[in-house]
Design a protein around this ligand. Structure first.
Ligand SMILES: *[C@@H]1O[C@H](CO)[C@@H](O)[C@H](O)[C@H]1NC(C)=O
Ligand SMILES: *[C@@H]1O[C@H](CO)[C@@H](O)[C@H](O)[C@H]1NC(C)=O
Ligand SMILES: *[C@@H]1O[C@H](CO)[C@@H](O)[C@H](O)[C@H]1NC(C)=O
Length: 374
C-alpha cells in the first residue's frame, strides 16, 4: 500500500511559503518591531562624541569590556556594556541598536531602525558642558533629528514616514544631570549663572527650554515619548569622593536640586499630555529607581554602591575617569557604578527592565511595553 504523503506535502508547502514570505518581508518585519530615537547625555551616548573634538570621550578601554556586539572593544558608551537605551530597545524587540547620528554608517535604511543623538557632556542648555570644549546640546540634537526626519520622508514617502514616526517609534530623552553637575554647580566656569539666578529661576529656565525642545519633536511627528528625570547626582562616586563622605552618605545640594527639578518636570509632562493632541509623554522616575538600588544594593546582588569599578582617586575611585591606566575591579557586575559618574551594565539592566515592564511608582502613565503597543 502506498504511504499517504499528503500531510507531509502540505507541511512542506507551508514551510516553503512561510520561509519565502519571511524573505520578502524581512524589511517590513523588522520595521514593524519599531525603533528608538534616543536623545540625551553620556548615560545613553552610543558613540557620537567619538566624532567631535571633545574632552568627553569613552572610546578608550576598558570602557565596553562587556559589550558583546563589539567583542569587548570600546564604542564610545560610558559603561562596561550596554546602556539603558540599548537594553530597552532589546526588551521591546527592536532588532538593531540605534546608530549614532554622527557615525559614517548612519545612512540609508539604518536610520529606520533607530538613531542615537545623545552626547556625553550635553544638557538642556547650550552653555552646559562647556568644560568639555564640545558636546551636542539638546537644541542641536533636535536639529539633527530634523535632518533624519527629512531622510525618512525620502526613504518611505511622506505618508508612510509620518505613520512610522508617530506609531512605531519611541523618543527617549535622558537629559538634565549635566545642567546641574557641569553648569549650575560648577564653580568658576559657570559662576555667572549661579550668581545671577536662584535655583528656582534656573530650573524655570531649564523646563521652558525642554518644553520648546519636546514641542519641536512633536511638530516633527513624534508621539511616543519617554522622559527620564534626573537621578540622585549627589550620590555618584565623584561627588562622594570630592566631598569626602562615607559610603552611605550623599551630597545634599545636588540631590535637592534634582528633586526640585524632578517635581517640576512631572508637572511639565502632565501639561504636555493635556496640550499636545495624540501624544503620550511617559515619566521615567530614574531618581527613585537608582535610589532604591543604592539603598538596598545588597538585595540586588551588588557588593558596593559607592565605589566605582573603573576609576582612580580617593576612597571611592571617584576622581579620575575610566581609562587604560585606571584600576579595574574584577567583579564588574557587583558594582552599581562603573566609573565615577555612570552606572554599570548590571545596574542599567535593572533600571531598564523596570522602565519596560514596571508599575506606576517608576514609570507612568504607562510602562514602555504598553507605550510601544499603544
Ligand atoms: C554602525 O557602526 C557601528 C560602529 O562600527 C556598529 O556598532 C553598528 O552596528 C553599525 N550599525 C549599522 C546599522 O550598520
Ligand atoms: C543654542 O544653539 C543652537 C544651535 O547653535 C541655536 O539654534 C539656539 O538658538 C541656541 N539656543 C540659545 C537659547 O541660545
Ligand atoms: C526643520 O527644518 C526646516 C528647514 O529645513 C525648518 O523650516 C523647520 O522649522 C525645522 N523644524 C523644526 C521643528 O525645527
Amino acid at each position: 500500500m502506498a504511504p499517504n504523503y499528503s500531510h507531509l506535502v502540505a507541511l512542506l508547502l507551508l514551510v516553503v511559503i512561510s520561509l519565502s514570505s519571511f524573505g520578502n518581508c524581512q524589511y517590513d518585519e523588522d520595521t514593524k518591531q519599531g525603533a528608538s530615537y534616543i536623545f540625551g547625555d553620556s548615560l545613553v551616548d552610543a558613540g557620537n562624541n567619538n566624532y567631535i573634538p571633545t574632552l568627553s570621550r569613552a572610546n578608550i578601554p576598558p570602557n565596553g569590556i562587556d559589550f558583546r556586539a563589539s567583542g569587548g572593544s570600546p564604542t564610545g558608551r560610558y559603561t562596561n556594556g550596554r546602556t539603558i537605551g540599548d537594553i530597552i530597545g532589546e526588551e521591546l524587540g527592536q532588532p538593531y541598536y540605534a546608530t549614532p547620528f554622527l557615525a559614517p554608517n548612519c545612512t540609508g535604511e539604518a536610520i529606520l531602525h533607530g538613531v542615537n543623538y545623545a552626547s556625553g557632556g550635553g544638557g538642556i542648555m547650550n552653555a552646559t558642558g562647556r568644560i568639555f570644549v564640545n558636546r551636542l546640546s539638546m537644541d542641536i540634537q533636535v536639529d539633527y533629528f530634523n535632518i533624519t526626519r527629512k531622510q525618512i520622508d525620502k526613504l518611505l514617502g511622506p505618508s508612510k514616514a509620518k505613520e512610522r514616526i508617530s506609531k512605531n517609534s519611541i523618543f527617549s530623552v535622558t537629559i538634565g544631570s549635566n545642567d546641574f553637575l557641569n553648569n549650575y554647580l560648577l564653580p568658576v566656569i559657570s559662576m555667572g549663572a549661579r550668581i545671577t539666578q536662584s535655583p528656582d529661576a534656573f530650573i524655570d529656565d531649564l523646563l521652558n527650554h525642554l518644553r520648546g525642545q519636546l514641542t519641536r519633536l512633536y511638530k516633527l511627528d513624534a508621539r511616543k515619548f519617554v522622559i527620564g528625570n534626573v537621578g540622585p547626582i549627589g550620590c555618584i562616586p565623584y561627588q562622594k569622593t570630592i566631598n569626602q563622605l562615607t559610603a552611605d552618605q550623599c551630597v545634599a545640594l545636588p540631590n535637592k536640586l534634582a528633586l526640585q527639578y524632578n517635581a517640576r518636570l512631572k508637572d511639565l509632562l502632565a501639561e504636555l499630555n493635556d496640550n499636545l493632541k495624540g501624544a503620550t509623554f511617559v515619566h521615567a522616575n530614574v531618581y527613585d529607581l537608582v535610589m532604591e538600588l543604592l539603598t538596598n544594593y545588597k538585595s540586588y546582588g551588588f557588593t558596593t554602591a559607592s565605589k566605582s569599578c573603573c576609576g582612580n582617586g580617593g576612597q571611592f575611585a571617584g576622581i579620575i575617569p575610566c581609562g587604560p591606566t585606571s584600576s579595574l575591579c574584577s567583579d564588574r557586575d557587583k558594582h552599581v557604578f562603573w566609573d565615577p559618574y555612570h552606572p554599570s551594565e548590571a545596574a542599567n539592566i535593572l533600571i531598564a527592565k523596570q522602565l519596560v515592564d514596571g508599575g506606576p511608582k517608576y514609570v507612568s502613565p504607562v510602562n514602555l511595553r504598553e507605550l510601544r503597543d499603544l
